[in-house]
Structures are given as C-alpha cells and as structure tokens.
Unconditional design. Sequence first.
Length: 383
Amino acid sequence: MINRIILNETSYFGRGSREKLPEEIKARNLHKALLVTDNGLLKTDIVELVMRTLEKASVGYVLFSDIHPNPSVKNVQDGLKVAKEYNVDCVVAVGGGSSIDTAKAIAVIMTNPENEDVVSLETATTKNKAMPLFALPTTAGTAAEVTINYVITDESRTKKMVCVDPHDIPAVAIIDPELMQGMPQNIAATTGMDALTHAMEGYITKAAWLMTDMFHLNAMSLIYKNLEKAANDKDANAIDQVGYAQYIAGMGFSNVGLGIVHSMAHSLGAYFDTPHGLANALLLPHVLRFNGKVCPDLFRNMGNAFGLEMNGLSDEEAVNKVADAVKDLAIKLHIPQTLKEIGVPKEMLPTLAEQAINDACTPGNPREVTKEDILAIYQEAYE
C-alpha cells in the first residue's frame, strides 16, 4: 500500500512566533495581504497583535471580517470581492476554523477562478495551487492551518460542504499560543474537544497507518491531560500543550480522514448552526461505543494514551472506560450532554441522519454504518 502525507511548507511554534509572519511574506516577494478574521475577534486585541506585526514590517494589508461561525458561500464570495478590489497577492488568516476555512476557499478561487461559484469546490479537482496563505490559529481545535480540508455551508441546500484539496493547504502555519490565551472558557473547551475528536477518529479510521497513529496517540494524550487546565484554569503551559497537540492531530487526520462523529456534527451545523466543537463533544462518547465493537484493541491503546489503567479489562469494559473518560472530561468542561439541551427538535433527527449518511466523512468510519444506525445514535444522544 502507498500512503501519502501532505503538510505545510513551513510551520512555526512558540509564544511570539507571529513575529515570523512578515519575514515569510517578504521571502516570497509578496506585498499586500487580505487579512481574514471574524468580527468577534476584532473586539479583542488578538487581531491587533497581528496587525501591529505587519505594520511594523511595512507589509500592506486589507481587512475582511464578515464571517459567520459556520462560514457560508456568501461569506467566501464577499471576501473574494475585497481581495479582487484591492489586488492582494496573499492571504493571512487569523482566527479559528471559520476564518481559516473561509481564507482557504478565497485563496483557492483566486488562482482557480472557474470555481468562483464556490459550490463547485465541493467536488472540484482544482488545477492550481492556492494563492499563498499564512494561517495563525487563535483556537486550539480545528487544525485548519495544517489540513487539506475546509468546510463551507451552502445555505441554499442546508449542507456543509467538506472540500478536500491538496492545493488549499497554507504555505505557512504559525502556532503562537499567545494568540490562544484569550479564548473564552466555552470556546477553549469545545474547540479542544474538537481536537480530541480529530485525534480519536483519525486513530481508528479505516485509512490509519503507522505515521498517523504516532501523531494521533501523542495528540490525544496531550489534549486529555491538559485541556481541563487550559480551558478552565487558563494555565499557560497547558494552553501551549493543547495548541501544539491540535496541530499534531491535524497532521494525522488531514491525511487519513475521519468518521461519523464529524458526519453527524456537520448535519447539526448545517441545520441548527451548532458550533462544530460542541457537536463533536456531545456525540463523541456515543459514537465511540458504537465503533468500539469492531476495534477494541485500539481503545486499549487510546486508554493507555490517556493514562488510564486498562489491564485486565474485557473488550466491552475497555471501550466503555475510554468513552466514559471522554464524557467525564466534557462534563468537567461544562459542555452540554444532550441534543435536547441544545435545542435540537426530536422530529428533525431522521433528516439529520439522512444527510449524515451521505457526508464525506462517513466512508472512513471503522464500522460499517447505515442511516438507521446513525438515527439510533442521534436518538441515544437526544436525552
């Protein structure tokens, strides 16, 4: 079997590493950036830190911040208009997955204008590498800065489009935990659980192999042991560890795919604008129990990565111990535990299941799954 790994050209890690941004832009003989972020971040000093870095080095930029938490086709099209109007030659994304995913779509279309409808990106095989993209995550969760995936909501179809394209990967990723320090507790908690989901789903997906196993096991260990301190206590070292871990998880899952936690979460996001990390955190324990029946030995490895005592357990006990540990962590992080609690109407569950079974992440699930299986998991998670 031949396996492929695609990663960034260059990545920087460490507090203050945002200062490397102008150097990387100038090294590519670029002069004017579209700075993509969101309006919520503009109310903080986080984006200001990056702006000052660019201004100090005399790197020009124009700001675009009209981005929805689950970014839409219109958000991308609006960003494209700004990019074209100001004749930018690169894109700088500062934010979580919403900002970076929007920036990816803009950067891809700038060099592949035949996809300017945005919707065609879902199935397109693009011809050209994206406009140079520099990604600075402010959340420790999505790993969008290192993946070849991005998700855009097509509101006309009430669908989250999972776009997979090696041409979209940022040229440079800058993991500066100082940009993550100010995350509100709920954002730190849910994005951290998104990262844990990436590590766990990526580890048991059908395409997993030696190198991605290494990434995923290390990532889940760091996240499980540090997320509570990072989100609840704002412990600086824990924030650093989770920030690096979410990138490590991205190095893995971007190259092997995910499973039905993400399929089901995408449906919730499309229909109810449920924050992606929240949806993953709520669904993950239920899907783990479902998938554990076909790969219990992998659950023993995950339990060991968490630091749990796994010796002498039956297969069912091993699976349940890991799933319980994930649920307990989510509870400590004050994350809602039922679909009813977050306002999902029960009568919509069949519609959600219909969309989830057709999601791009479903084929990677380690256990074969039907629409009825997915509906049953939704029902189990409802109350």
